[in-house]
Design a protein around this ligand. Structure first.
Ligand code: ATP
Ligand code: MG
Length: 294
């Protein structure tokens, strides 16, 4: 399936902001981002001086200990939160509150139980989408995520993985230049999770969009991302910075068992303070990332 057959994108059919149909993958930039939250003993810095450029169509994964500010950074990118300092831009212009150029996908599918799967996906359509065009796009997206046969089902009538696929389709219905995913597969079982990773790659190949993906799963990051950003505290100063950037080699889909990825996995686990053999500093699993502050 081509990009234009999935999203209705064509080179000439560009329409205005908020209009349905066409939005190209857009570059996303963070410049000097800091975010503090008020606490009992004064402001608590969560992020300090984050600078990051995500090129149009790239997939960048963010890894880091729980509580280090990953979701906060994602929310800032989507205009759901404002930084205390710094600028975030999409395609060179500042991100607006609830910016229509991006869409956010969460760990829980957040579907409306009284709406059908198709009705939930349609909620993602930009305001003003003509009815027929909207119906056609929803049908194409349901087909893309393998839910065409379940369009009329209610969320309670489908599995967790199917609900999460519907949630992904709803985000794509917004036709985002930037797709922001916050642990989108975190609540799924291991096998469904692997299938969802493949699905995301299929979707990305069919309708390339810029993706910023927060995950706790080192292997997921290695499978999906062009680049992995390790976020976390450094030195005495409070607040997370980008501690490490790893460029992942190889075209996707990648061989999960390759020696090259195994070497990178080791480096990332080291960076996260996790013992490669399972005994993290007080943590018992290689897949569990410690909490911050730890
Ligand atoms: N609206 C808010 N008001 C006050 N504190 C907040 C707010 N949002 C986030 N925080 C604090 O900011 C810190 C980072 O939170 P965030 O949700 O970004 O972490 P995270 O890295 O996504 O964690 P996890 O991996 O557990 O999802 C936490 O200490 C959290 O309590
Ligand atoms: Mg989070």
């Amino acid at each position: 399936m081509t990009a234009s057959s999935v999203t209705g994108r064509t080179a000439t059919a560009r329409t205005g902001a908020g209009a349905p149909g066409v939005r190209d993958a857009a570059p996303l930039s963070f410049r000097g981002i800091a975010r503090s939250f008020p606490a009992a003993d004064g402001d608590q810095p969560v992020l300090r001086d984050i600078g990051l450029d995500v090129a149009a169509g790239d997939i960048v994964a963010i890894l880091g200990p729980s509580g280090c500010g990953k979701s906060t950074l994602l929310r800032i990118a989507g205009g759901l939160d404002r930084p205390t300092r710094g600028d975030v831009t999409i395609d060179g212009s500042p991100v607006a509150p609830f910016d229509p150029r991006s869409a956010v996908g969460f760990q829980e599918p957040r579907l409306l139980p009284w709406r059908s799967i198709a009705g939930n996906v349609a909620l993602g359509l930009p305001r003003g989408t003509p009815r027929a065009a909207g119906r056609e796009l929803v049908a194409r997206l349901l087909d893309l995520v393998g839910l065409a046969a379940f369009a009329g089902h209610r969320p309670r009538e489908v599995s967790g993985g199917m609900a999460q696929r519907a949630s992904l389709a709803r985000a794509l219905a917004r036709n985002p230049g930037v797709l922001l995913l916050d642990e989108p597969f975190g609540a799924l079982d291991a096998l469904t999770r692997l299938k969802m990773q493949d699905l995301l790659l299929d979707v990305h190949a069919a309708a390339p969009t810029t993706v910023l993906l927060v995950t706790h799963d080192v292997d997921e990051a290695l499978q999906l991302a062009d680049r992995i950003i390790l976020l976390g505290p450094e030195g005495e100063e409070p607040g997370a910075v980008i501690r490490q950037t790893v460029v992942v080699p190889g075209r996707r889909p990648r061989d999960r068992g390759s020696a090259e990825l195994a070497e990178l996995r080791g480096r990332l686990l080291d960076g996260l303070g996790i013992d490669r053999h399972g005994a993290a500093r007080g943590i018992a699993s290689t897949t569990t990332i410690p909490h911050y502050p730890y």
